[in-house]
Design a protein around this ligand. Structure first.
Ligand code: SF4
Length: 333
């Protein structure tokens, strides 16, 4: 039940009460150890805010992140303070979108990667050296370049440095926020393969925030679709791509480019503007743009409910119509 409200200042009414926009609206999901859960949705749907609230890069307005520690305890990660917070802080890390601004230009690569070790562990210089060298090798960085500064590296190499920094303290969960969006296509593939290899070697769990559905289909075990601060569909990746149950997911999938020119795919263009989150539509928040809406949709907000095998959707009619997936049989040559 994670919620996040942003305060909006009025430019015209000097002494009016502040108003709020609900950017995360009662978001709940479970995350399994070792899986990759992708979060998708259009800009402004709340996916980055969700990632930041989970790692405490931003304070949630209310709700909990229940973390099952390696010792078998369950703690509310958002409520931890002082030593308790420090104890588990290293377990949850984040990789940011832009490798050009997420690394300090004043720190050498060695200092960037070793910083989490020095902050979280009492280690000798030799031990820090050993761990930095080990993670640099795992992430494909040239160890002899560690004394250089980020400006001497390409975008792909910088993202490897960011990954090494996130991994060096041996986290259990990494939130990757558009981690490959700023990279060239060939470099993207290298970084995706690196993330997958590291996941297998180190049993890491990923939350993969992205707007790129082709990559999401390749990397995910499960996918959550967000719309206006809410999860509207959550399902195993094949189930979601082949048999979407929410009309918003259907529209998103229709925008995925089809590399084979012989396969015909109809693009679904959503009518109208993205609704204003400060004044969301009544009932189902997607109804102004939904081709399937009824009177019920305008009055009653649908709950996220089980509609198939581990497949959840927030639509009154999720099981009553057949929506088009990317790999739908009708695309046969
Ligand atoms: Fe469309 Fe109604 Fe389903 Fe909302 S509940 S997605 S408006 S059919």
């Amino acid at each position: 039940n994670l919620n996040k409200d942003f305060q909006v200042k009025s430019k015209t009414k000097l002494f009016s009460k502040p108003s709020y926009i609900r950017v995360l609206n009662n978001v709940s999901f479970e995350l399994m150890e070792g899986e990759t859960l992708s979060i998708v949705g259009e800009s402004g749907c709340g996916k980055t805010t969700l990632g930041r609230c989970i790692v405490r890069g931003m304070n949630a307005s209310s709700g909990e992140v229940l973390y099952h520690t390696e010792g078998g305890e369950q703690v509310n990660f958002l409520g931890l303070q002082g030593k308790e917070f420090k104890k588990y802080r290293k377990d949850i890390q984040m990789i940011f979108q832009d490798p050009y601004s997420s690394l300090s230009p004043r720190m050498s690569v060695y200092d960037i990667i070793s910083e989490p070790l020095i902050a979280n562990f009492k280690l000798s210089k030799a031990e820090v050296d050993e761990k930095v060298t080990e993670i640099a090798q795992k992430t494909g960085l040239n160890v002899s370049y560690l004394k250089r500064y980020p400006h001497a590296f390409s975008g792909g190499q910088r993202q490897r440095i960011a990954i090494a920094r996130a991994l060096v303290s041996k986290p259990r969960l990494i939130v990757c926020d558009e981690a490959v969006s700023a990279l060239d296509v060939s470099i993207k593939a290298q970084i995706i393969n690196l993330l997958k290899d590291l996941q297998q070697q180190l049993q890491i769990t990923y939350i993969f925030i992205s707007h790129d559905l082709s990559i999401v289909q390749n990397i995910s075990d499960r996918v959550a679709v967000m719309h206006l601060g809410k999860i509207v569909e959550l399902a195993p990746v094949d189930s979601l791509f082949d048999h979407p149950k929410h009309p918003y997911t259907e529209a998103l999938l229709s925008a995925v480019p089809e590399p084979d020119p012989h396969l015909k795919k109809d693009r679904i263009i959503l009518e109208g503007e993205v609704p204003n989150p400060a004044n969301p539509p009544s009932g189902c928040h997607f109804h102004p743009r939904c081709a399937y809406k009824t009177d019920k949709c305008m009055q009653q907000e649908p709950e996220l409910q089980l509609v198939g095998d581990h497949h959840y959707a927030a639509c009154h009619y999720a099981n009553e119509f057949t929506l088009r997936g990317v790999n739908h049989e009708s695309q046969d040559k």
